[in-house]
Design a protein around this ligand. Sequence first.
Ligand code: R5P
Length: 323
Amino acid sequence: MDRLKIFPGSAHPELAEAICQYIGVEPSPIEIGRFPDGETKVRIRADARGDDCFVVQPTYRPVNENLMELLIIIDALKRASAGRITAVIPYYGYARQDRKHEGRVPITAKLVADLLTTAGVNRVVAMDLHASQIQGFFDIPLDHIPAEAILLERLVRLGLERPVVMSPDPGSIKLANSMARNLRASLALIDKRRVSDTEVEHHYIVGEMEDRDVVVIDDMIATGGSMAQAIKAARESKARSVHVAVTHAVFAGPVHERLRDAAPDEVIVTDTVPVNMDQMRDVNLTVLTVSPLLGEVIKRIHYNQSVSAVLSEYKARNFQQAY
Ligand code: R5P
């Protein structure tokens, strides 16, 4: 494969820039605009013939525009005779619509996978998919990268006492379990019931939290309903402190009020999507970057080296540094 090239979409140019800096390449120029009627206009302004092209674009707000833009960039690269096209999608939108949980609903996560493949993508890199089964919606290679090692390093540095890792719902138990093992913590679980798209309530809490440092782990915070309930449950169980660690800061609707009022000691997120710090004033927010991890993954893909090895190495390094 010829040269490694990074094409930033317009959803998160800062992350693409940071990835380029890590790898030591310039972002490849791409012109993105609008036709007068609102349609997306794309022009690749670099030679891509035979090249190993990576398009960095979380399918985040405005999700439909950013998804469509990604599809159009892939199409443009395909028609420019790119050697290989990889979509680097740090946050894969529509992932929560991953099954038919009731009659007459779509499986939009699968539709998005089909659209990407039809557009001409050859492989995908995604981080902490809402459900890891989404990997199976693709018939092309997909590297599924966890942000766990990055969150872990920060958590270990906090020097938590008698830590407990809490899963705010049964869906996140695997994430929580893995983090609990790495943090040498015990596990707690909330039985969350979703009342509507923005409202949740909890019924049972499994696990001991009294006088312990609690870390609530999830793949994302959207409206903050699940997290606010989890923080409240930990406080009611007399936790000593409550930290929150999630990969995707999707932050929508009433999230600011909910997190501010729930008042966790710290909310730790990554930059898989752009984070608006002003929106989250009065919340102790820490944003960790995934750019070196994604940069390393991209390099390994380009040089045909093991990606799972980078994950273990990364985790081991962070773990050692932290202890
Ligand atoms: C649910 O299954 C996810 O893991 C998150 O807990 C959920 O999507 C967060 O949504 P919200 O912040 O709106 O409660």
